[in-house]
Design a protein around this ligand. Structure first.
Ligand code: HEC
Ligand code: HEC
Ligand code: HEC
Ligand code: HEC
Ligand code: HEC
Length: 180
């Protein structure tokens, strides 16, 4: 948390101190820089995966995110999961041929996870999907309709987002429930 109120009261008292003014300018510039870098950051996924095509052809979310109902982590798919359907060619798309090329090279798929909570927060998919019966889209937005890997989470896993839903549904919000 930034000591915003302390800043504001110093500003309203008039900025007499040049050192403080310089500090303030630096502070604002670093923030701006962080925003620019954040917006232009590119995410590299190994294959241009298309959610929409797979969901339309009948694949269930849990075919690829095998832990989403039963574990804390939903998990991202391994190459073996893709090969279950892609051992032989299904389309003319060269992205699909990459599945078999990566397998032939003996490598594994390394997806970049976008939605994440820091290590001091405990989150369980099983609790929310199996027990509370929430739809994936409530927390993840329109990922099922995406035709290319997103570069940022549709809905970031912020504390505000957690608390807003817990308040709506009267779920308790003791700090220790999430911070373990
Ligand atoms: C349950 C079966 C199934 C699984 C599992 C599966 N796919 Fe597919 N995939 C399909 C089918 C069916 C198509 C053809 C869809 C079409 O052309 O309409 C397809 C098409 C594709 C395409 C071409 C898409 C396009 O725009 O033409 C790519 C790339 C692809 N899959 C990658 C993957 C990757 C990577 C995985 C693993 C994370 C995976 N698939 C897992 C069934 C599957
Ligand atoms: C055939 C496999 C497959 C199916 C079926 C599938 N996904 Fe995915 N999912 C992936 C892959 C591969 C990625 C990583 C690349 C990407 O984001 O496109 C991913 C990424 C995601 C992410 C982003 C995780 C993060 O890092 O933030 C979410 C959320 C997600 N999927 C939800 C769903 C939901 C909801 C469904 C069902 C409507 C679904 N997926 C169906 C393979 C699949
Ligand atoms: C109550 C909100 C919520 C619901 C409902 C939810 N997720 Fe998530 N999801 C999250 C959060 C928070 C994370 C980040 C977890 C972490 O960092 O450990 C996440 C992460 C993921 C990831 C990244 C990989 C991983 O193992 O964490 C995938 C994939 C994913 N979710 C898929 C799904 C699918 C599929 C469903 C529906 C079956 C679903 N989620 C339902 C909040 C939710
Ligand atoms: C869309 C609504 C929604 C969102 C968003 C959501 N939750 Fe929840 N959460 C619930 C519901 C409903 C329950 C009650 C489940 C049950 O009946 O046990 C719950 C329960 C929990 C519990 C168990 C509470 C206990 O009894 O000890 C934890 C921990 C938790 N959520 C953490 C999180 C975290 C961390 C996030 C954000 C990353 C989050 N939740 C986001 C709806 C949500
Ligand atoms: C429903 C889950 C949930 C509850 C309850 C919750 N938090 Fe959090 N908290 C989170 C998540 C998720 C994050 C990480 C994402 C973020 O920073 O927004 C977080 C981050 C934080 C951070 C770090 C902020 C930062 O800038 O790094 C602090 C401090 C914090 N929480 C304090 C608290 C306190 C104090 C309480 C009790 C009054 C509390 N939290 C209750 C989910 C929760």
């Amino acid at each position: 948390m930034r000591p915003l109120s302390a800043f504001l009261s110093r500003i309203t008292r008039g900025v007499r101190n040049r050192a403080f003014l310089a500090f303030l300018v630096c502070f604002l510039l670093t923030d701006l820089l962080a925003i620019v870098i954040g917006a232009s950051r590119t995410v590299h996924q190994p294959i241009a995966f298309n959610h929409s095509k797979h969901v339309e052809s009948g694949a269930a979310c849990t075919d690829c995110h095998t832990g989403a109902q039963t574990q804390a982590n939903a998990t991202l798919p391994t190459l073996a999961t893709c090969l279950g359907c892609h051992e032989t060619q299904l389309s003319q798309n060269p992205e699909e041929a990459k599945v078999r090329a990566i397998a032939a090279s003996g490598q594994e798929l390394r997806w970049t996870q976008l939605t994440r909570v820091p290590a001091h927060v405990y989150f369980s998919h099983r609790r929310h999907v199996q027990i509370a019966q929430l739809d994936c889209a409530e927390c993840h937005g329109p990922v099922a309709k995406s035709t290319a890997p997103p570069v940022a989470a549709f809905r970031p896993a912020t504390m505000d987002n957690c608390l807003a839903c817990h308040a709506r549904r009267s779920v308790k919000t003791d700090c220790n429930d999430c911070h373990r």
